[in-house]
Design a protein around this ligand. Structure first.
Ligand code: FES
Ligand SMILES: [Fe+2]
Length: 397
């Protein structure tokens, strides 16, 4: 018999060209706006800088560079006076437009007494800041859309959570196309999966079942049974995702909006946030506020699962993909538009791109995997029951 020589194949190398040297252009959510409306200055570390966020007497939320241009003190440890932030060091007063309005002990404010500011948007109970390394104002066509149901009587209030994660923002955004990880990491069973990228919007359509072997076992056999989830989730710009997420139960349907958003602290850490509102439909068998609170906890569990992976993985610029993986390279090209000057945005970054994954092949093997896990679980339960039954007899001997 002839001996087959293994082919001399090249070993695939992981490429890592390093972290980007700038922060994405776009609207970034800093969390619930009410948090910043207490008349006090707030410190926010974002975009590699320290910012001060404060609300003036006029109710307008302002975001400035925290370091005072006089002698460098931290304005976020100062005091709000009228519509201005007063520096703790020498009481210079800075307005939301970045100009020094008054120096109480001086006859005149020096020329060029101006600091950097971030345009803000206070919408649907959330505070957004516009970050642009080129310093341009936000174009009208890249705004954050109004969120259906938010801050209305027919829906719950926001259930909001924030965690700090030591990773780069691209890892978070990659999830948009990563169908397989939903099964292995999150216990979701994708039955339909499609991506559409166009302009500054990247969408993921995802219908899914819950993995039977990973679902919490219900103690109440009459509890409503969740059949599937239908999700349409879009990033509007580099960091703010609105997910129209419907839960289909055997007895009713539940409409929710799930927000998944982040802002970079620096190149390799970020604040990851989630927000949930639930429609108060009369069909719901439980209090909508309670459901939303439970959902919020569930989402945190999902984030923790991602974090566990991010903690130990490496940055990879040349992922090795199989046919059943989503369009990672196309998504990254879309994402790249936020990291180059507006003049350098290429059509391939913003042109419409659509891709539907064939879920048939993955589903076949995933059904087997779930059946195998359930069989293992059953066998373990039977063994435990057997041991328990033998126990008293042995004790008698
Ligand atoms: S350092 Fe801010 S007023 Fe002097
Ligand atoms: Fe994930």
């Amino acid at each position: 018999m002839a001996i087959v020589e293994p082919e001399q194949e090249e070993i695939r190398k992981i490429e890592n060209n390093g972290l980007p040297t700038r922060f994405a252009r776009g609207w970034h959510c800093l969390g619930l706006s009410e948090k910043f409306k207490d008349g006090k200055p707030h410190t926010v570390k974002a975009f590699g800088q320290k910012l001060v966020v404060f609300t003036g007497q006029d109710g307008v939320i302002n975001v400035l560079d925290a370091y005072c241009r006089h002698m460098g003190a931290d304005l976020s440890t100062g005091t709000v006076k009228g519509n201005e932030i007063a520096c703790p060091f020498h009481d210079w007063r800075w307005g939301g437009d970045g100009r020094c309005k008054d120096i109480p002990y001086a006859r005149r404010v020096p020329l060029r007494a101006r600091t950097s500011t971030w345009p803000t948007l206070d919408q649907d109970g959330l505070l957004f800041v516009w970050n642009d390394p080129e310093g341009n104002p936000p174009p009208e066509n890249v705004t954050i859309p109004k969120i259906r149901g938010a801050m209305t009587d027919g829906w719950t209030k926001w259930f909001w959570n924030e965690i700090v994660v030591d990773t780069s923002t691209r890892e978070v955004v990659d999830n948009v196309v990563d169908m397989a990880h939903f099964f292995y990491v999150h216990g979701n069973f994708p039955t339909y999966f499609k991506n559409v990228f166009e302009g500054h919007v990247a969408t993921q359509y995802f219908d899914g079942d819950i993995r039977e072997d990973m679902a919490p076992e219900s103690v109440d056999p009459n509890a409503p049974k969740m059949l599937k989830t239908i999700s349409e989730a879009s990033y509007y710009g580099p960091s703010f995702m609105i997910d129209e997420l419907k839960y289909v139960y055997d007895r009713f349907e539940m409409d929710t909006i799930f927000i998944n958003c982040h802002y970079p602290i620096d190149e390799n850490s970020l604040v990851l946030m989630s927000g949930i509102i639930v429609e108060k439909s009369p069909d719901l068998e439980e209090d909508a506020e309670q459901i939303a609170a439970d959902q919020a906890k569930w989402v945190l569990r999902g984030f923790a699962q991602d974090v566990e992976i991010w903690k130990s993985k490496t940055r990879i610029d040349n992922p090795l993909l199989c046919e059943e993986d989503g369009p990672v390279y196309q998504l990254r090209r879309w994402y790249e538009q936020f990291f180059v000057d507006v003049a350098d945005v290429q059509p391939e970054m913003t042109d419409r791109f659509e891709y539907e994954l064939d879920t048939e092949r993955p589903m076949e093997s995933w059904h087997k995997e779930v059946a195998h896990q359930l069989a293992l679980r059953k066998a373990a339960a039977e063994q435990a029951a057997q041991q328990a039954a033998q126990q008293p007899a042995e004790q008698l001997v």
